[in-house]
Design a protein around this ligand. Structure first.
Ligand SMILES: [Zn+2]
Length: 244
């Protein structure tokens, strides 16, 4: 057992934090379901082996929500090379819309989104977790090792648990820029999900990174990337996808 990974997972569990707490402002597209062919949206999602259900309600998910979900699915499928490759890689995903104070949650074959509002960015982020999850979370572990990222010492996971606000014990992103900066919740799984999402939305990722004080070009940190596409993380995602 890798003690670093063990403590990362344990600290997440004990902190009862979801895998992702997006800081962005949620939005929901306004749409009149009478004008939108709900069945067409569902068929389009079905082509990607994606289903959508709404927990705790018999209501049919609004067309606006399905449209945002489809926007995210299209984004990731485009990165992967089309619906078939998306479906092969994710092996089927059920999207649950539920009330949660978090933006979303993702694991193998299932993601949850906040029915009160979410962005296509969040859809892609949670789908990236589903892709990682269906591969036993080995994709994020490979990226962590490839980037030289992680806890600097194995016991940092314990220290982070005890002092979560102390930046010295946060996840170290390695010698290349993280997709959108780091915070106390950052870890290998979030790093991978953000890298995939940034590959779909590179300009938005750059904006988020800069806003959090982690631009891709930063002489102090030794970063000199003009865009996310030029970062080692983007190269990792490209190589992962080109491998099959
Ligand atoms: Zn996440």
């Amino acid at each position: 057992m890798n003690p670093r990974r063990y403590w990362e997972d344990l600290s997440l569990l004990l902190m009862k934090r979801p895998l992702q707490v997006p800081a962005g402002i949620p939005f929901m597209m306004e749409a009149d379901s009478t004008e939108v062919d709900l069945e067409a949206l569902r068929c389009e999602l079905s082509d990607h082996r994606v289903t959508v259900s709404q927990r705790g309600s018999n209501d049919v998910p609004a067309a606006g929500m399905l449209s945002v979900i489809l926007e995210g699915v299209h984004g990731l499928a485009g990165l992967m090379g089309g619906p078939d490759r998306f479906a092969t890689r994710l092996q089927g995903v059920d999207i649950r819309l539920c009330r949660t104070r978090y933006g979303g949650y993702g694991q193998a074959h299932g993601i949850a989104l906040n029915r009160d509002g979410f962005e296509a960015w969040t859809v892609v982020h949670e789908l990236a977790h589903a892709w990682d999850g269906v591969n036993g979370w080995k994709l994020s572990a490979r990226m962590r090792d490839s980037m030289g990222a992680g806890r600097c010492k194995w016991w940092y996971g314990i220290a982070h648990l005890l002092r979560p606000a102390d930046e010295r014990y946060w996840y170290y992103p390695g010698k290349s820029p993280p997709p959108c900066g780091i915070d106390a919740n950052f870890n290998a799984k979030e790093d991978f999900a953000e890298a995939v999402t940034a590959s779909v939305y590179p300009e938005e990722a750059a904006r988020r990174a800069a806003a959090r004080g982690w631009p891709y070009a930063d002489p102090v940190r030794g970063y000199s990337c003009a865009s996310f596409a030029g970062t080692p993380r983007a190269a990792f995602v490209r190589e992962l996808l080109s491998a099959g």
